[in-house]
Design a protein around this ligand. Sequence first.
Ligand code: C5P
Length: 233
Amino acid sequence: MTTDAHTATRGVGVVVVAAGSGSRLGAGMPKAFVPLAGRPLLGWALDTVAQVPGLRSVVVVAPADLADPGGPAWAGIDPPPGTHVVAGGAERTDSVAAGLAALDPGCDVVLVHDAARCLTPVAVFARVVDAVRAGAAGVVPGIPVVDTVKSVDARGVVTGTPDRGALRAVQTPQGFRRAVLESAHAGGAGATDDAALVEQLGHDVLVVDGDARAFKVTTVDDLAHAERLVAGA
Ligand code: C5P
């Protein structure tokens, strides 16, 4: 029946990219597996992914040698039922493409989320899903930029000062109509986020409100900040 067929092809798929080396954190292990209050960052991220409204499928993209969810590195990680785990690639874009290829075909909305943004509140996920469902081809959470930002040339000489009021620092999850993201990955490479690939195709990408807690754990200081947040300090 029409309604059942329609329902069968609607659902949210989340690709959680966790295959980065985390060399800037210097923990001697891939960043997503570094403990935060005794549990890997990836575990914290998946706790929230499990609560995403309309969730249908989750794919975790892990380093090739940590792609066995029964392995010791996965202690303290409780993926939502049915989660697939696949091996990542050399660049973040390669990892996203690997995750996208493994996603349940019944997902019409895809979110791509950095495991390193492990404390992103579920409300951010919900805002992104709602905006894609409302018709946007691509949606990113963003927050106002507090620093003045300069562009520079190869010598470090300033070439421009963009109007700060028009800038946003963007976060994840980034959400897309599935067909749009698949086309973007089929043609593009070398971007630092998925929205840039979608922008290159000429689609509008909408910014919704991000959240300070969606920061990316990159440095030792970021990890200490995350520890304070989960301790409620
Ligand atoms: O390196 P960066 O912090 O920008 O990575 C953002 C996210 O992308 C992290 O969660 C990281 O694990 C993931 N990533 C990946 N595969 C790569 C590089 C990064 O899954 N080759």
